[in-house]
Design a binder for this molecule. Sequence first.
Ligand code: NZQ
Ligand code: ZN
Length: 385
Amino acid sequence: MNNFTYYAPTKIIFGKDCIKSLKEELSVYGNNILLAYGGGSIKKSNLYDTIITLLDGFNIFELSNIEPNPRIESVRKGISICKANNINVVLAIGGGSVIDCSKVVAAGYYYDKDAWDLVLNPDLITNALPIVSVLTLAATGSEMNKNAVISNMDENRKKGTSSNCMIPKVSFLDPTYTFTLPKLQTAAGAADIMSHLFENYFQKATDCYVQDTIAEGLLKTVIKYAPIAIEDPTNYSARSNIMWASSLALNGLTAAGKGGSWSCHAIEHELSAYYDITHGVGLAIITIAWMRYILNDATVNKFAKYAENIFDIHDNDKYKQASLGIDATKNFFLSIGLPSKLSEVGIDESKLKLMSKQAYLHGNVRNGYVSLNEEDIYNILLMCK
Ligand code: NZQ
Ligand code: ZN
């Protein structure tokens, strides 16, 4: 286990109707609020009306229509609103896209030049307005972490930035807010949570029994409850377990002591940058090919352990056991309605070379569980055709 610092200061307020204390939590920061949200799901579900009623007495300014794969243009717009109205706190209501956009808006308030600089260079982020989030989609863990992923479609770039000052101060996690999620978003969220766990679980660091056992518990949670939530969207038990798993999967807990960089996310970011696909959907497709591609003498024991601990698969041949574990992962994704091929999400071969090059250039894939070069990424993408 490597040395580490674990810092997860977000106050989590969890459970049905927990939003009741929103006013109390926000009033600590001031009266001027930027209310940030997406394309309208919170209006359909009436959450918007609930929030507006609860915020009686505050000055509310709105940043609406934040896109899935949030654009730098929305960030810039949000910063202008904040600067023009002396905003005290950013209230993000939505999934990862809304929270990520809000984070860079909050940081951009203290930055005089163009906000894209803050995405390209996290070191430029020195301060941020306080962020409070109300989560409506369990997936990214943004509600409890320092990361924000922003897209600049003019440059076909989707890039993550991060800073401790962008960690939400408070996050409200009411599982009932995820009852309205479409099946595909629930499934994509599940794949994203699992991918966050895989990216840390499959790393070179050894002696991380505690992190790996936590990761296995969270993986089993998602595998148990995602099909239930998809079948029965208002199942509170399923939604609550998935929601808490999403936060714990990417709040530093399972990454602590691990080191190494992420491979599947680096590749997925290029798919979204060129084709604007749903993050979790892209990950489900890439993950299976990546697992098969990197299965070798150095990784087989870990994959065999994964097969045994997650799917109770046993075989005298450890390669067979590992491979059956990967098959089971693929079958799980298929069972919750996720695609397994790029062609199913409208991606043909034309840009695979280009995206491989960009993923190699932008991601730190040399330092992943198995070091990848541009050709490796291309081979992985070819396996996803
Ligand atoms: O925009 P609205 O109308 O709200 O609809 C959204 C959106 O279309 C909808 N939705 C959200 N909650 C809903 C709902 N529909 C019905 N009922 C609800 N309760 O779902 C769609 C997708 O929302 P989005 O926020 O884009 O999804 P997600 O939470 O998966 O976020 C994805 C983004 O986060 C980034 C991804 O790359 C992507 O840009 N990530 C952020 C990370 C982080 N901050 O740590 C890490 C992740 O690995 C990831 O990269
Ligand atoms: Zn992710």
